[in-house]
Design a protein around this ligand. Sequence first.
Ligand SMILES: [Zn+2]
Length: 262
Amino acid sequence: MNKWGYADHNGPEVWHELFPLANGDRQSPIDIITKAASYDPSLPPFNVDYDPSSAKLIMNSGHTFSVEFDDGEDKSVVRGGPLHGSYRLRQFHFHWGPCDDYGAEHKVDGRDYPAELHIVHWNSEKYSNFVEAAQKPDGLAVLGIFLKIGEHNKNLERVTNALDNINFKGKQSSFTNFDPSCLLPDCKEFWTYPGSLTVPPLLETVIWIVLKEPIEVSSRQLSRFRSLFSTTETDEIEPCCMKNNHRPIQPLKGRTVRSSFS
Ligand SMILES: [Zn+2]
């Protein structure tokens, strides 16, 4: 394996060869067992305060696509919930699978969702940039939002339309004036637990906030995600699509999942 990916020869089952942390004690995603989650009445609601002017660009990394934000100052932040202080918005991206039956990373009582949105933030009160924060146990906060198949999601239109500009790995395109809070569900009840990045280097530095209520996406919108290429325009190898980019669930290893609701 010289580059990680999601195929048999370089996928999650062999990531540990290059990234031993794959077998660590604080890995993500997990299956959230709702009965085992402990209701914590002292958990305040979390709130996002996003400034649409901090949206910057959309890019295809070959593993997913992401919308990146200007994180040079505290323009867009999340606070509250399990977090101490404010965490600055860095980017959001999605994970999905080869069909509409599965593709999210977290599960709830063994249930699969077809996709999952990750909104990534870093602790800007304690650390000076994303790279530094990503090394610290309280450095990152990721909001995880499940997608289920349903109505066409109008709020996702700008994102899916922009994919036409970034079909190939390595492409990026300007993407401005966007507030990702339009992608959050109405109900903000959540589970929270200490975990990791779900892609190499799998750093165990993420405070996860996984929302209970999914948002809807149409099957057609989700199939647009899968038609992105994981190869560059000039790769000599056969073009390959991003059909699947989710990591399977990892052992809980004694961690407690807390819930904001009873
Ligand atoms: Zn992710």
